[in-house]
Unconditional design. Structure first.
Length: 445
């Protein structure tokens, strides 16, 4: 009660300050990441994501529109508890080419629209539904994946230009969470000094270019497969291995630490029967393997989001896949890796199937239940770190001294220190004030 009374008094006392000059309007959210957590304007979020593919194929549009209305599917995703989508794309889709495999009797609003216009509409609708999304540079030619981020017919500059294009085009959408730089760079190296294959330096340059255009998004950085150094090379899946980050970290001169999210892909025996799936100790042998490939990053204070994981879960495929998925979802809970994008919404993923059954209507209830158990066993930073960011003088508590520091620096071009911009959105404004007031009397150790 005392806290609420004092906060009310503070608001009454200092609120006139904020009506002298109208605060600048921040059009879109600023996303940050720290120690396993993601923040939307300083508030912790948990990404319960799903992959919906198709824009990266020769159809140039998400799949399933031959069976259903696209908005109905988005609504169903949200109803099942998903709050984010990972959308793969290929370069030609961004050129606004023709699309196919759409039943226009079910999707009349798409009639006459090209691929880019449909992508615009989908992302706008996701934004309206308050669903986060990331855009994934998945294929260089809309037909097959590539081991590197460039090919003989698709240059590194073209790849970077496409990333900057989407970062700029959708920068006014509040739920545009980030850009996944390259899907599964499985032919890449990391930290070898070879500019033609070193993924870490390519990612740094691309991430810097994106943030120079759109500083609000997060940069999602895939792992590789094998590496000649700083890697156990123990049969990781494409994009799973981020071990070299220990020896050759992504430079914060290019991508600030609070903009980096690592996005490994992790699969079970339905995708490829790795030797460790036949270990007599399976699945109890798996946590150590996952820790080696990527899980160590949680101890190092990095933020992880599993970009792809899934399988048929007993609906065909390898009978061990159900055991694998249950073990992996428990591992994610134990490790508090609370952000992921399940593969996939589509049932037409040959080796994994989807959340939907082949009728494109009915969800697999056991998959949904498994994911809900994972979400329920996970938690995100309830705000303690954000609240302690409001301890501007670092005296161990958030109090009136911090308030006076904030008031003195309101709208200042050169604040006393970087900490005054509590949510790190580039200005000291009403959002910082709101965070500070909400944090009053927080004790920080």
């Amino acid at each position: 009660m005392l806290k609420h009374i004092l906060i009310t008094c503070l608001i009454v006392l200092f609120l006139p300050l904020f009506f002298i000059v109208s605060p600048p309007v921040q059009a879109v959210s600023n996303f940050t990441a720290n120690d396993g957590n993601m923040y939307d304007d300083g508030q912790p979020i948990m990404i319960k994501g799903i992959n919906w593919f198709g824009f990266e194929t020769s159809n140039h549009v998400v799949h399933g529109l031959w069976s259903r209305n696209w908005q109905d599917m988005v609504d169903q995703m949200k109803g099942l508890g998903f709050n984010a989508l990972r959308i793969p794309f290929c370069p030609q889709t961004l050129d606004g080419v023709g699309v196919d495999s759409i039943d226009y009797s079910k999707n009349a609003d798409l009639q006459g629209k090209n691929s880019l216009q449909i992508l615009d509409g989908l992302l706008g609708y996701l934004n309206d539904q308050q669903m986060y999304f990331i855009l994934d540079s998945h294929r260089p030619d809309c037909y097959g994946q590539s081991p590197l981020w460039y090919t003989d017919s698709y240059s590194e500059q073209e790849w970077q230009d496409d990333l900057v294009f989407v970062a700029d085009r959708y920068k006014n959408l509040d739920y545009f969470l980030g850009v996944d730089l390259k899907n599964e760079p499985h032919g890449a190296t990391w930290g070898t000094g070879n500019a033609s294959t070193d993924w870490n330096t390519a990612a740094e340059k691309a991430g810097q270019a994106i943030l120079s255009t759109n500083p609000n998004v997060l940069i999602f950085i895939a792992g590789i497969t094998e590496n000649p150094s700083c890697s156990s090379n123990t049969n990781s899946f494409w994009g799973e291995n981020i071990e070299p980050q220990v020896c050759y970290p992504i430079s914060t001169d290019f991508i600030p630490a609070n903009k980096q999210v690592f996005i490994p892909h992790v699969y079970g025996p339905d995708v490829y029967n790795q030797p460790y799936f036949s270990d007599p100790n399976f699945p109890n042998n798996m946590p150590q393997i996952w820790d080696t490939h990527f899980g160590f990053a949680r101890d190092d204070g990095l933020t992880l989001a599993i970009g792809e994981w899934g399988g048929k879960y007993g609906h065909g495929g390898d009978p061990k896949d159900t055991i694998w998925q249950d073990a992996f979802s428990q591992y994610l809970q134990d490790r508090q890796i609370c952000h992921s994008f399940y593969w996939s919404w589509n049932p037409n993923s040959g080796d994994t199937g989807g959340i939907l059954q082949d009728d494109w209507q009915t969800p697999w209830s056991d998959k949904v239940a498994m994911l809900n158990d994972y979400y329920a066993g996970c938690s995100v930073d309830g705000g303690g770190q954000v609240f302690c960011d409001a301890d501007l003088d670092m005296d161990g508590s958030v109090n009136l001294v911090d308030y006076s520091i904030l008031a003195r620096n309101f709208f200042a071009d050169n604040p006393d220190n970087d900490r005054v911009d509590i949510n790190q959105d580039g200005s000291v404004n009403i959002k910082d004030y709101t965070l500070l007031v909400g944090a009053f009397f927080t004790i920080c150790q």
